[in-house]
Each structure stands twice: as C-alpha cells, then as structure tokens.
Design a protein around this ligand. Structure first.
Ligand SMILES: C=CC1=C(C)c2cc3[nH]c(cc4nc(cc5[nH]c(cc1n2)c(C)c5CCC(=O)O)C(CCC(=O)O)=C4C)c(C)c3C=C
Ligand SMILES: [Fe+2]
Ligand SMILES: [Fe+2]
Length: 341
C-alpha cells in the first residue's frame, strides 16, 4: 500500500518584501478571476493598470514592517510550523505537503511530489475556516486544473470549510482567554472582507444573501455556504465558549479593496464608533485566518490600533491566530485521520 497524501494550502505571501516581489505576488493574486471577478479585459486594466502599480510600493512598505530577518513573512513562518507539526503527528502512513495558492511553494510542485511518491489518495485542505469563492473556491480550481492533466488520478477529497470545527473554536478561545476578555471594554471578531457581489453570486438560490433582512447573520440550511453566515457562526461559537455576552462583542469585516461595497459592517467604522462611545480597550479576534499575517499583525495591531488611539481609545489587543498551537494541530490531525471535518 502507498502512503496517504495530504496537501495543506494557504493563501501565499510575497517571496520578499521588495516592491518587485510584492508586485509579482499581487499580480498573480489579483488576476485570479475568483478574486477580481470581473470580465478579463476589465480585470487586466484594473489590476495591471491601476491597483498593482499603486498598491505594490505601499504594500511592500507594510510587508517590511512585519518581515522578520530570521523567519521572513509571518504567514509563511507559521505555515511551515503547522506543516512540520502535522507531519510529526501523522507519521509514516502519510505524506504531507505544504503549498500556497499564490507564489511559493506552488501547488503544482507540491502535487508533483505527491504524484511522484505514488500516493493512494490526496486530501486537500484549504486553510480557510470559512468558505469563499475567492479563497477555498480558488484552491479547488487550481488543484483540479493541474490534476486534469494527470493520466492516473488517485482518490481526491477537499475540505470545503471548517467554520465550526470544535478544536479550532477551542484554540481561538484558549488564545483569547489568556487576555481575560472580561477586562476589555469590547470584543471584536474581525473577518477578512469580501465584495458583496461575491456573496450574492455564491447564493445560487438567489433568494437569500443580501435579499432578506439580516440574511447572513444566522447560518441555516439555505445559506450554509455563505461566507458571512459562516463567519457569524464561528464568532458566536467562540463567544459562547468564552461566555462573552452578545452586547459585549461585534462581528465586522476588514481589508476592503476598491470602492465597491463589501460585506458590512467595516472594522474601521466599528473601531471609530466604539471610540466615539468612550470605549477604551478592545480585544480583537481574527478567525478567518489560521496563521498570523499582514492582515492581523499590521492591519489590526497597527492600523486599527492607531485609529482607535487617535479617536480617544487606549488599547487594541490582537488575539494571536491558531499558528502552531497544539490544539490546532490536534484539529488538523483529526480532520485528516477522519477524512472529514
Ligand atoms: C480569509 C481568506 C481570504 C479571503 C476570502 C480573501 C479575499 C480577498 N483578498 C483580497 C485582497 C488582498 N488580500 C491580501 C492579503 C491577504 N488576504 C488573505 C486572506 C483572504 N483574502 C490573507 C491571509 C492575506 C495576507 C497575506 C500575507 O502575506 O500576510 C492582500 C495583500 C496585502 C495588501 O496589499 O493589502 C490583498 C491585496 C481581495 C480583493 C479579496 C476578495 C475578493
Ligand atoms: Fe485577502
Ligand atoms: Fe449570505
């Protein structure tokens, strides 16, 4: 019998914080039709002509702020630690590969290693707790595009989402408990944002997302694949585990790009509102990310931290992501061994 293959895929990060490498990364990322989901001509004009030329130097500056001389990008650093820890846990029966949807290590190289080892099966785990077409959907596309050309295909399975995975929820709760959530004036659950257009598109019933009041705030059978509904569900489960009362927390969405409406409320508006109400301290969970990255380390701690302080607040405390916490590695191990979430 051959080994069982596991492919862990996260989003990806530039090879270095140089403007040239950030430009290459942003071009690959934003030219993905699932990310900037407009017609190809408009996408090329927008991405190559406007967004990337303006954004690359600015983003490179931010990446330089979070880049470690020894370990590089936090996203890559924690992904490598997760990969190493999972390999240790699973032992010889499994072959575990790490890939990034954009840049390196590529999905192609990782799949080729699994193919060359003649694995019996491949379990693909896109490392995004909540399903979005722009993240998990895109990983499915890339894997299927590459495997399409293989003469022999092993059993393949995908993990669509793990927004309610008990051990993942427990890890975020454990990490948050260390900061004593009741000692903060308010708690935020800040998820990566998405254009509203993509939520509407993902609702193939055409009846639900952004069509009925509070449509995406409760997870039901009708909206079970909705990114916003899954995000609300994840936040509620973490809040319940920590006994944080409803009035003490807000679910919000960060990292908006461009002028189209994104999923609301926006984190920066909530930060401003809370400062206006006289709140002084905020504890922030970012449960759309399994590893700390630019969006947590820089955007939450520095950007929202500075905004909050400028408006009269004192402190924004980020709860670290799942990173290489043993409970999170337990979650990954269980997902793989049970071959379901
Ligand atoms: C949680 C999953 C993610 C979804 C969904 C997602 C959608 C999405 N993102 C952009 C634009 C950018 N995102 C950027 C960084 C970034 N995004 C995610 C995850 C999701 N994105 C992560 C983990 C990171 C951090 C990567 C790192 O190296 O640390 C960036 C680059 C940084 C910047 O310039 O701000 C952009 C741009 C869009 C347009 C989108 C959905 C349509
Ligand atoms: Fe993003
Ligand atoms: Fe929805």
């Amino acid at each position: 019998m051959g080994k069982k293959g596991v492919l862990l895929v996260n989003l990806g990060t530039p090879d270095s914080p140089s403007t040239a490498d950030v430009r290459t990364y942003l071009n690959e990322f934003l030219m993905d039709p699932r990310v900037i989901d407009v017609n190809p001509v408009l996408r090329t004009l927008l991405v190559r002509g406007i967004i990337v030329p303006f954004r690359a130097p600015k983003s490179a500056k931010l990446y330089r702020e979070i880049w470690s001389e020894t370990t590089g990008s936090p996203l890559m650093h924690y992904s490598i630690l997760q990969h190493e820890a999972l390999k240790q846990r699973l032992g010889d029966e499994y072959m575990v590969e790490l890939a990034m949807r954009y840049q390196n290590p590529t999905i192609e190289s990782a799949l080729n290693r699994l193919k060359d080892a003649l694995v019996d099966e491949i379990q693909v785990i896109a490392l995004f707790p909540q399903y979005a077409s722009a993240s998990t959907g895109s990983v499915y596309d890339k894997v299927m595009e590459l495997i399409l050309q293989w003469p022999t295909k092993p059993n393949i399975s995908f993990v669509n989402s793990f927004h309610d995975n008990e051990l993942m929820i427990a890890t975020f709760a454990e990490n948050g408990r260390k900061y004593n959530p009741e000692s903060f004036d308010h708690v935020l659950f800040s998820f990566h944002g998405l254009p509203q257009r993509q939520l509407i598109k993902a609702d193939h019933t055409h009846k639900h997302c952004l069509k009925v009041n509070d449509c995406c705030q409760t997870l039901t059978d009708t909206n079970k694949f909705c990114y916003s509904a899954q995000s609300h569900h994840t936040a509620k489960l973490i809040a319940e585990k920590l006994n944080i009362p409803k009035e003490k927390y807000t679910i919000c969405f960060q990292s908006r790009l461009g002028n189209d409406p994104w999923v609301q409320p926006y984190t920066s508006e909530i930060v401003a509102k809370l400062a206006g109400e006289g709140k002084k301290s905020l504890l922030v969970f970012c449960p759309a990310f399994v590893a700390d990255c630019l969006e947590t380390v820089y955007e939450v701690t520095t950007e929202y931290g500075d905004e909050f302080k400028a408006l009269g607040g004192d402190r924004v405390q980020l709860v670290e992501s799942l990173n290489d916490s043993p409970t999170w590695i337990d979650a990954l191990e269980k997902m793989v061994r049970e071959n379901h979430i």
